[in-house]
Design a protein around this ligand. Structure first.
Ligand SMILES: C[S@@+](CC[C@H](N)C(=O)[O-])C[C@H]1O[C@@H](n2cnc3c(N)ncnc32)[C@H](O)[C@@H]1O
Length: 207
């Protein structure tokens, strides 16, 4: 099951992943790989704070999210801050009518655990199609090694009524290798609300 708009019913201020400042590992990794004015793609851009950070640093930025609430919020944020960006309300697990080979780097942070295994091939094919040759793709999602969040096992229920899929490093290595060259894959700790998350960091390059 894919939740269409996980923001419906939660006041924006209480969205657990809402943070004004991007995770340091996201910024450090991207800024070491590429410099502005490259075109970045934020997959599952949420409320747009990560995208706003990169836009303010001079990157061209686009974002995709399945949630109308998230896209409206992001557009409002960009308008208020006088930033430029293109945001699309689309399901990344469906065929996308967007121009291919357009982006220099794509990232998804805390998104892939919303994408269940049956949808992951379509999702990754979309990501690969959108990227230019040799472009980078960084994915950070929850790990099944996490012992704090939602119990244990692969499928876990959250306090906001969503069901997430927790991955292992081995399964992501195998899955991602079908579409990308995996440059680095590792377990990391990601700051979280109310406690840190165990996550998998996977840096890839389009072949
Ligand atoms: C936990 S939030 C993370 C948002 C953002 N990346 C951040 O770090 O703040 C996950 C986001 O993925 C989006 N999402 C989930 N499934 C999606 C899909 N199939 N296509 C596009 N976006 C999706 C959700 O709407 C939500 O905004």
């Amino acid at each position: 099951m894919i939740e269409i708009d996980i923001y419906k019913g939660i006041p924006i201020e209480e969205v657990p992943w809402k943070r004004e400042t991007p995770h340091k590992i996201l910024v450090d990794t991207i800024e070491q790989l590429i410099s502005s004015p490259a075109h970045l793609l934020d997959l599952g851009c949420g409320l747009g704070h990560n995208a706003a950070y990169f836009s303010a640093r001079g990157f061209e930025i686009s974002g995709i999210d399945i949630s109308e609430t998230a896209i409206n919020y992001t557009n409002k944020l960009f308008k208020e801050r006088n930033l430029k960006g293109n945001f699309f309300e689309l399901d990344l697990c469906k065929l996308l009518a967007l121009p291919k080979h357009s982006y220099d780097l794509a990232y998804d942070i805390e998104v892939l655990h919303h994408i269940f295994p049956s949808n992951r091939d379509t999702y990754l094919r979309n990501v690969s199609d959108l990227l230019k040759a040799k472009s980078y793709y960084l994915s950070i999602c929850f790990s099944e090694e996490d012992i704090n969040f939602g119990g244990e096992g692969k499928f876990r229920d959250t306090s906001i009524g969503t069901k997430l899929y927790f991955s292992s490093k081995e399964e992501l290595q195998k899955l991602m290798s079908k579409y990308f060259e995996v440059i680095e894959i590792k377990e990391i700790e990601l700051e979280g609300n109310p406690s840190p998350h165990q996550a998998i960091f996977c840096l890839m390059q389009k072949m």
